[in-house]
Structure formats: structure tokens, C-alpha cells
Design a protein around this ligand. Structure first.
Ligand SMILES: Nc1nc2c(ncn2[C@H]2C[C@H](O)[C@@H](COP(=O)(O)OP(=O)(O)OP(=O)(O)O)O2)c(=O)[nH]1
Length: 202
């Protein structure tokens, strides 16, 4: 489609890039250039819940990246895990932190939010927040150790310390919500918007 806008993914997430490519959604990928730690600290100071935190960070990523992109639909995304004890979980700082996070998730359900925002012409034109609820079985210390032996460092870039499409499947006795949301994007609502914009065929 000649006059359709191009999609620019403002993310370094291998999972998001692979997901779009596997779905046949052509895109360019750029680093969003955001000082994510500073942005997270500012948002945390506002006391945002997980859902709004992910949405705000996705918008900040897209807006920052859009200053470096001449045209197109600039897509920013962020995934946040709301831990059963109320805190927000980020990607693990190291293998020991991953073990600590898994123990926090063990034997309880948690919510994962993947927010996506598209910026065009310097302003947000679309947004969606995907939600999944994951029910983690009671994990033995022996399992956590064996899991990390197999999955570290592959899960080091994963909020929640799992790859649901990999050995992470052994963590759960139930998952509600769509698979793509867990991988990092609300893919189906995004594809619907891209069809509306002529980026994808209807
Ligand atoms: N492949 C896979 N990735 C997962 C899973 N759960 C979470 N993730 C990944 C997707 C994202 O790359 C990452 C969430 O971290 P962020 O939203 O901060 O994005 P990230 O720092 O990776 O990249 P970005 O900030 O967009 O440049 O966790 C999973 O089950 N499978």
C-alpha cells in the first residue's frame, strides 16, 4: 500500500520485534531514547497503579522516539507486572533478584499489563492496554533453582521473570488473557488499528 503510513516500533524488545515480524506486520525499529529509570522514578512518585504506569511509560517512549522520527506511526510499549503483594515488578536486576521475584509470585495470581501507544504528528492517536491474569502454582525452591539454571539469562529481559512460550509454561496452573499481551503487545487491537489506517489489509 503506497500511501499507508509506515510503522516505527520504538522498542529494543526482541520479543516485540519478533511478535510483529511473526505476524507479518512490517515495521522499522528504533531505540526510544528515553531515560527509562528517570521516567519510572517520576511515575512511581505519582503513585500510579500498574495499568496507568504502563500506559504512561508507553506514551513517554513513543513521544520521545517521535522526536527522532520524521514521519509514520511511532509505537511505544511497556509491560508491568502487579505483584500479589501490591508492588510493581520490573525486569530482574540479576539471577538472585529473579529468584526473589519468583518467590513473590509463587502460589498466587498476578496481573500483567502491556500498554501500547501510537504517536503521529507529535501527539498520541491510539492507545490500548492489554491485561492478562496469571495464576502461579506453588513453586518449590528446587524448581526455582532448576528453572533459573535453564532459563537464565534468557529471562533477564522479561518482566515477571518468565517466557510463557518457553519453560515459563511450567510456572502456571492457569492463564487468563491473550498470549500476545504477555509477550509484550496488545497485538489484536493494534492490528485492528493498523487495518483502519491502511497499514494492513482488511
Ligand atoms: N518473549 C517473552 N517476553 C516477555 C514475556 N513476559 C515479559 N516479556 C518481555 C517483553 C518485554 O520485552 C519485557 C517488558 O519490559 P519493557 O516493557 O520494559 O520493555 P523492554 O525494556 O524489553 O523494551 P523497550 O523498553 O520497549 O525498549 O518483558 C514472555 O512471556 N515472553
Amino acid at each position: 500500500m503506497t500511501d499507508a503510513p509506515r510503522l516505527v516500533l520504538a522498542s529494543q524488545s526482541a520479543s516485540r520485534r519478533a511478535m510483529l515480524a511473526a505476524a507479518g506486520i512490517a515495521h522499522d525499529a528504533v531505540a526510544n531514547g528515553l531515560d527509562e529509570e528517570a521516567a519510572k522514578a517520576a511515575l512511581a512518585a505519582e503513585g500510579l497503579g500498574a495499568r496507568d504506569f504502563a500506559d504512561a511509560l508507553a506514551e513517554l517512549k513513543a513521544m520521545r522516539a517521535a522526536t527522532r522520527v520524521s514521519s509514520g506511526l511511532v509505537l511505544g510499549a511497556d509491560s508491568v507486572v502487579a505483584a500479589p503483594d501490591g508492588g510493581l515488578l520490573d525486569k530482574p536486576a540479576g539471577r538472585d533478584d529473579a529468584a526473589t521475584q519468583l518467590r513473590r509470585l509463587s502460589g498466587a495470581q498476578h496481573d500483567l499489563y502491556s500498554a501500547a501507544v501510537i504517536v503521529e504528528g507529535g501527539r498520541p492517536v491510539w492507545r490500548h492496554i492489554g491485561h492478562a491474569r496469571l495464576h502461579v502454582r506453588a513453586l518449590s525452591d528446587a524448581f526455582i533453582e532448576a528453572y533459573l539454571e535453564a532459563e537464565w539469562p534468557a529471562i533477564s529481559g522479561c518482566v515477571g521473570c518468565y517466557r510463557v512460550e518457553g519453560m515459563g509454561a511450567q510456572l502456571f496452573h492457569r492463564v487468563e488473557g491473550d498470549h500476545w499481551t504477555i509477550l509484550g503487545l496488545p497485538l489484536l487491537p493494534l492490528a485492528a488499528y493498523l487495518r483502519d489506517r491502511g497499514v494492513l489489509l482488511s
